[in-house]
Design a protein around this ligand. Structure first.
Ligand SMILES: CC(C)(COP(=O)(O)OP(=O)(O)OC[C@H]1O[C@@H](n2cnc3c(N)ncnc32)[C@H](O)[C@@H]1OP(=O)(O)O)[C@@H](O)C(=O)NCCC(=O)NCCS
Length: 148
């Protein structure tokens, strides 16, 4: 059974292992970092600045989303294990985080992805995100959270 839950520091070793085994060619915007020390530092920073949610199958982490709120907006990054792509897990994690942020009063979600990242672009678009900017390398998305 696959489920989504909050990330807690007890899961740090498990999450570091998830990112250590993440394929280099599936990295996005330079993330996740490649070396163990850099992954640990990145996760600590994300945890200090915001919140994380993980998708687990038994004890194994198969997906992670980190959200960083700033004023009334929140930015996120999301990563799914290659063996579990295209099963709706990325969408589920983003929806879970959105619900949490909405309860905090966050009004807008923002994300950036590489212009060649077709899967991320489709995932965000299907979740109601709009393209608000683009350059040669990146596409910038946002979604106004519906409070009606
Ligand atoms: C991008 C990512 C988070 C998406 O997660 P996921 O669990 O695979 O996505 P989901 O299964 O929830 O949804 C995938 C959507 O893309 C579509 N899709 C899948 N493969 C596709 C392809 N090759 N081309 C176009 N669309 C594709 C699916 O049909 C699905 O859309 P729909 O169900 O709304 O019709 C995941 O692939 C990932 O971790 N990629 C590597 C890291 C990354 O790019 N992170 C995001 C940017 S920081």
């Amino acid at each position: 059974m696959i489920f989504v839950t909050s990330y807690t520091p007890e899961e740090k070793g498990n999450l570091v292992r998830f990112y250590e085994s993440f394929d280099q060619e599936r990295r996005c915007c330079g993330l996740p970092p490649m070396k163990r020390e850099a992954i640990e530092k990145w996760l600590e920073e994300l945890n200090e600045k915001g919140y994380g949610f993980i998708s687990k199958k038994g004890e194994e982490i198969i997906g992670h989303i980190a959200v960083v709120p700033k004023n009334s907006e929140a930015e996120f990054v999301v990563f799914i294990h290659r063996n579990y792509e295209d099963r709706g897990i990325g969408k589920k994690l983003i929806e879970f985080a959105e619900k949490f942020l909405k309860e905090m009063g966050i009004k807008k979600l923002v994300a950036v992805t590489e212009a060649t990242n077709r899967r991320a672009i489709i995932t965000y678009s299907h979740l109601g995100f709009s393209v608000v900017g683009r350059d040669s390398f990146y596409i910038y998305f946002e979604k106004i959270i519906d409070f009606s």
